[in-house]
Design a protein around this ligand. Structure first.
Ligand SMILES: Nc1ncnc2c1ncn2[C@@H]1O[C@H](COP(=O)(O)OP(=O)(O)OP(=O)(O)O)[C@@H](O)[C@H]1O
Ligand SMILES: [Mg+2]
Length: 238
């Protein structure tokens, strides 16, 4: 599905990510955890084509995509929910989703979500279809952002700090949808500051610190990781 090798990337001439190696298998949910400034968002932006790598490779289903521009990565089955969501604030919910829907129709394969199906996942989308996105709450906007990503018909969904700053009730609703996506076989990269959420929602994880993968939590190792106070304190500030 996704294979990252020797990836170096950053902003301007300054590298922020060093020698990143990571892999996501078909249908796997993998977390990227790390403290503020560890490079999580830089990694997401590099995987989705908003930051160009200085070295290394990003393979999607065996195809080198590191030079494919961001707006064409959905053609390779990658969709992203960015930290700042990047929605069209002045357009309605329906119009935001329509743009993705049209692009997604050009893709064969993937999970094939329809507008009705994403509305079944988040009922607010149907109720507020004609509302201006900029006037919705943060949680509702996050739902629009997830729905938009799904309508690009990805088989790999990358999400950056999906639940940060949202009310507990909304977090619960979003995580329930994430579980549904997992059970449908969606491959997932979940960037999280909350180790509790990451451990609940994923099979394994990469721990980032100062732009490097300094630890891997392998399948079945989450509980050991949660009990490793030294690691948590040193690299996750908590
Ligand atoms: N636009 C930018 N230009 C230059 N440096 C940047 C830019 N954005 C982020 N950085 C730097 O890159 C490093 C990694 O930042 P990044 O945003 O990837 O961290 P993060 O792990 O996502 O943190 P957070 O948990 O706060 O979201 C930091 O040192 C940050 O100062
Ligand atoms: Mg970030």
């Amino acid at each position: 599905m996704l294979k990252v090798k020797g990836l170096r990337a950053g902003y301007g001439p300054v590298p922020v990510l060093h020698d990143i190696e990571m892999e996501v298998g078909q249908g796997e949910a993998v977390a990227v955890v790390g403290a503020n400034g560890a490079g999580k968002t830089a990694l997401v932006r590099t995987l989705c084509g908003l930051v160009r790598p200085m070295a290394g490779s990003i393979l999607k289903d065996g195809v080198e995509i590191s030079h494919v521009p961001g707006h064409r990565r959905f053609e390779h089955g990658i969709a992203v929910v960015l930290e700042n969501r990047n929605l069209f604030a002045e357009l309605s919910v329906r119009d935001n989703l329509r743009l993705a829907e049209q692009a997604g129709k050009r893709r064969s394969g993937g999970q094939r979500f329809s507008f009705d199906e994403v509305c079944d996942l988040f009922s607010i989308l149907r109720e507020r279809a004609h509302s201006t996105v900029g006037l919705l709450s943060g949680g509702q906007q996050q739902m629009v952002a997830i729905a938009r990503a799904l309508l690009l018909q990805p088989d790999l969904l990358i999400m950056d700090e999906l639940t940060t700053g949202l009310a507990p009730r909304i977090v619960k609703e979003i995580l329930a949808v994430l579980n549904q996506l997992r059970s449908r076989g969606m491959s997932i990269v979940l960037v999280e500051q909350s180790v509790a959420i990451a451990s609940e929602m994923t099979d394994r994880a990469y721990v980032l610190s100062v732009g490097r993968v300094i630890h891997e939590v392998r399948t079945g190792e989450w509980s050991a990781m949660l009990n490793d106070k030294t690691l948590i304190k040193a690299y996750l500030h908590g």
